[in-house]
Design a binder for this molecule. Structure first.
Ligand SMILES: Nc1ncnc2c1ncn2[C@@H]1O[C@H](COP(=O)(O)OP(=O)(O)OP(=O)(O)O)[C@@H](O)[C@H]1O
Length: 308
């Protein structure tokens, strides 16, 4: 494995039912980074996370921290919080803790005690008898008490109460601070989680994944440009995604430098420029059919088959 990358996956393909194909996905996650995987409902995030975690075999290969994720050493080397975990339902947290503590070299009992205290988790109720949010807190406590250098988290904030979200965010940040080798990949639908936690964003559409895009690049590329008056054909200018007239004339672009050049060449008067917030740009990215992928393809970082 390339030491610079915590996770490498090559040609991951999964067929789900008759209608959905995941992949082929090729992806590398740099060590010491946080990556948010975003995508509309049904884009394939959970299927992708299941494939990465080695839950079931299929085409392609995933390498995590130097291990194939289908092998026992591979599975033991990372922490995984799946979207659902029916296999835990019949057990009490105490039983799950006892099992983990006895068999797992990465187990940190002090961390577990801290998490159950913070999350106010009952040790003797069956997981299936806990609320949805408490169930997730229980799995977070079990998985994050393992001292691993890779966290794979499928919508980990979903269902957590506000205090739980704040606590969990602090836990993730302290994991990153405490271990420079630690990497996190998490799925989310919430732009503010991307804004607060992620260094990179991976965009999933129709079962395909973009290469990791630096969050700062998105902020530099996506701009709102305010103009004094309309220009001919401005809707077709490079990068322009939207032209709005209220409350004042403005262009939304996903390629600010090119749009600026186009405007300057035509003598447009720019009133001001503002960075688009992620909660505005991410939905636009998710709903454009091809551009994000074309952007990556032009840079030569992904292969042709991502654009079928
Ligand atoms: N058991 C199944 N049988 C058939 N199709 C399935 C099954 N599970 C998932 N799918 C299909 O696989 C596709 C990907 O689903 P997946 O759950 O991976 O998406 P997602 O991006 O995680 O969605 P969400 O944001 O809603 O969690 C969907 O089109 C879904 O209909």
């Amino acid at each position: 494995m390339n030491a610079m990358h915590t996770l490498t996956c090559k040609n991951i393909v999964r067929q789900v039912g008759n209608d959905f194909t995941l992949g082929p996905i090729n992806l590398e996650i740099p060590t010491g980074t946080v990556t948010a995987v975003i995508g509309n409902n049904g884009a394939g995030k959970t299927t992708f996370f299941q494939a990465l975690s080695g839950d079931y075999p299929g085409e392609g290969e995933t390498n995590i921290l130097g291990y194939n994720s289908h092998h026992i050493e591979g599975k033991a080397s990372f922490s995984y919080v799946p979207q659902s975990f029916p296999e835990f339902h019949p057990f009490r947290l105490q039983q799950l803790r006892d099992f983990q503590a006895a068999h797992d070299e990465t187990w940190n009992e002090a961390l577990f005690q801290l998490y159950i205290q913070q999350f106010k988790l009952p040790m003797n109720k069956r997981i299936q008898d806990l609320s949805v949010g408490m169930q997730r807190k229980a799995v977070i406590a079990l998985q994050l008490s393992r001292e691993t250098s890779f966290l794979l988290l499928d919508e980990p904030f979903a269902g957590l109460d506000m205090e739980g979200q704040t606590q969990f965010e602090k836990i993730l940040l302290s994991k990153m601070e405490g271990n420079p080798q630690c990497s996190i990949v998490f799925a989310t639908h919430v732009a503010s989680e991307v804004g607060r936690l992620a260094d990179f964003v991976v965009i999933m559409k129709h079962g395909k994944a973009s290469t990791p895009i630096e969050k700062d690049t998105l902020r530099q590329q996506w701009k709102r440009i305010w103009l004094t008056k309309p220009m001919e054909d401005m809707e077709d200018a490079p990068g322009v995604k939207k032209v709005l007239t209220e409350p004042a004339l403005q262009i939304i672009t996903n390629n600010a430098p090119e749009t600026e050049t186009w405007l300057a060449n035509r003598g447009a008067e720019v009133v001001k420029r503002t960075t688009l917030d992620l909660y505005e740009s991410l939905p636009l990215i998710l709903n454009e059919e091809r551009n994000t992928f074309e952007m990556e393809k032009e840079r030569g970082v992904i292969s042709d088959d991502i654009n079928d």
